[in-house]
Ligand binder design. Structure first.
Ligand SMILES: [Zn+2]
Length: 186
């Protein structure tokens, strides 16, 4: 834990380890179903108003990211599109689409575990959370329980690569079988 130094812009407020663990559990549900392990929860005070995980493959929907599903759930629970006084916990830095939705939903604070330098939309590739051109700025905490999330992502992508390699081998073997059959004299 000592190597984790959350960069926090908020002062008299500390992120909850329990809630991030809940988001990571959601991410694990996604991984178990072959989805990229992104999980999100939203709370308003002590009240849990949403928990969701990535369902892009299941729903065949490019917008079915954990954060978007959680925002929709929270808006339904609060009967308001403005998710004021809420906090989102998510296993990785939101992508540009989700960062945009978070701004639209006026979520005041987002806490994520794994920072995504290549695709992150909050403060990495795009800096959506502090963009003066937008009418809402989001406070954020990055790298909270990052090691746990990193292990989960690395495990997921390792398995994915292994599975792809296995499938490629089967395909090559099948092709080889087919060409052998063609080559053999009748
Ligand atoms: Zn996203």
């Amino acid at each position: 834990m000592d190597d984790i130094e959350p960069t926090s812009q908020t002062d008299a407020w500390a992120p909850s380890e329990r809630l991030m663990r809940m988001a990571l559990q959601q991410a694990q549900c996604a991984a178990d179903e072959g989805e990229v392990p992104v999980g999100a929860v939203i709370v308003q005070g002590q009240r849990l108003v949403a928990k969701a995980y990535n369902q892009m493959e299941l729903l065949k929907d490019p917008t079915a990211h954990a954060e978007i599903l959680a925002i929709t759930q929270a808006a339904a629970a609060l009967e308001d599109w403005r998710l004021e006084e809420t906090v989102m916990y998510v296993s990785k830095e939101p992508c540009p689409m989700c960062a945009g939705a978070i701004v639209q939903a006026r979520i005041p604070i987002v806490v994520w575990a794994l920072t995504d330098p290549q695709r992150g939309g909050a403060m990495s590739l795009f800096n959506m959370f502090e963009n003066p051109a937008l009418n809402h700025q989001v406070q954020w905490v990055s790298g909270f329980l990052e090691e746990d999330a990193k292990k989960m992502f690395q495990g997921f992508f390792r398995e994915l690569r292994e599975e792809r390699a296995r499938k490629a081998e089967i395909t090559v073997a099948a092709r080889r079988g087919a060409s052998n059959r063609r080559a053999s004299p009748q």
